[in-house]
Design a protein around this ligand. Structure first.
Ligand code: NAD
Length: 285
């Protein structure tokens, strides 16, 4: 059982709304903070949609549990008000170092001294943000995955300054929230999942660019050879080809050739992956 009860989430976009809902679903009182009334109206719509999704997809979600979770979430656009009782603030504001630094500078001034801060940043190391928090020993990364109720890992990664007791408290909170806590011992860009996934997907892209084999053959080899449910091109379709393009275009010559292939064959034809019904594969409606 975690010592952390009251959860405040900063940013109520794709991930922030999911984190807020998951914490509330597991019994935590949650305050969800965003910039203004328009953002909070969008947050309310996201939370209502999540309640419907949990009711339909999560074991035990039907029978009122999802509505009760909604009732545990309070929305606020006043930062001091949002964090006044927080045991932990989980930050999910946009992936911009300037926005995050500004957010932590303001947050450090108004949050109670005991409050732990956790960033959900996918690409920034927590040590890049720690100096702006005013409390580096009570700051770390707690990284969730999209569709949190299915992909329920919480990658927990401190800096050299993070207090081990704070790290442990966040591990316990993750378990409390129905997550599988993944303890990361040293700072690592990409955490564990992307440290494994990005080179794997790149290798598949190279095989295609070099004309070694087609996506169907590469995927079948991976599935049959390892027992994994999906091959790399099936994963590309789920991630979305625009994201795949952006990551590959920033890589070396082979990766750039793959980016060009993705753009010409797929993105320029409006084929962006599962989201548009077609990418490397075609998906039924
Ligand atoms: P998003 O754009 O969907 O949501 C960002 C939210 O932050 C919006 O509601 C916006 O109004 C709000 N916001 C903007 N400026 C703010 C400020 N100064 N203070 C408070 N709120 C502010 O973004 P997202 O996809 O939810 O990503 C948020 C964080 O989560 C990023 O750090 C990202 O790396 C991380 N993340 C995203 C995913 C993903 O799949 N989308 C997965 C894991 C982690």
């Amino acid at each position: 059982m975690s010592a952390l009860t009251n959860v405040t989430v900063l940013g109520t976009g794709v991930l922030g709304s999911q984190i807020a809902f998951q914490a509330a679903y597991h019994g935590h009182p949650v305050v969800a903070y965003d910039l203004d009334d328009a953002a909070l109206a969008a947050a309310k719509a996201r939370i209502d949609q999540l309640a419907a999704t949990y009711t339909a997809e999560v074991v035990g979600g039907a029978g009122g549990a999802a509505e009760e979770a909604t009732g545990r979430i309070r929305l606020s656009s006043d930062l001091a008000d949002a964090v006044q009782d927080a045991d932990i603030v989980i930050e999910a504001v946009p992936e911009s170092i300037d926005i995050k630094r500004e957010t932590y500078t303001k947050l450090g001034r108004v949050a109670p001294e005991r409050t732990i801060f956790a960033t959900n940043s996918s690409t920034l190391l927590p040590s890049e943000l720690a100096p702006f928090t005013g409390r580096p020993e009570r700051f770390l990364a707690m990284h969730f995955a999209n569709r949190i109720w299915v992909h329920n890992t919480a990658e927990i990664m401190g800096t050299q300054a993070t207090d081990p007791d704070v790290f442990q408290a966040v591990v316990d909170l993750a378990s409390d929230m129905g997550m599988v806590p993944i303890e990361i011992r040293k700072e690592k860009a990409g955490y564990l999942l992307n440290s494994l996934l990005v080179p794997f997907l790149s290798a598949a892209g190279e095989l295609l660019v070099d004309g070694i084999a087609e996506p169907e053959a590469i995927d079948a080899t991976w599935r049959i050879g390892t027992g994994a449910p999906m091959g790399p091109f099936q994963i590309y379709d789920i991630v979305g080809l625009t994201t795949a393009y952006n990551i590959s275009a920033a890589g070396g010559p082979k990766q750039q050739a793959f980016a060009k292939l993705i753009k010409e064959r797929y993105i320029d034809q409006g084929k962006l992956g599962v989201a548009t019904g077609e990418g490397f594969y075609t998906y039924g409606s």
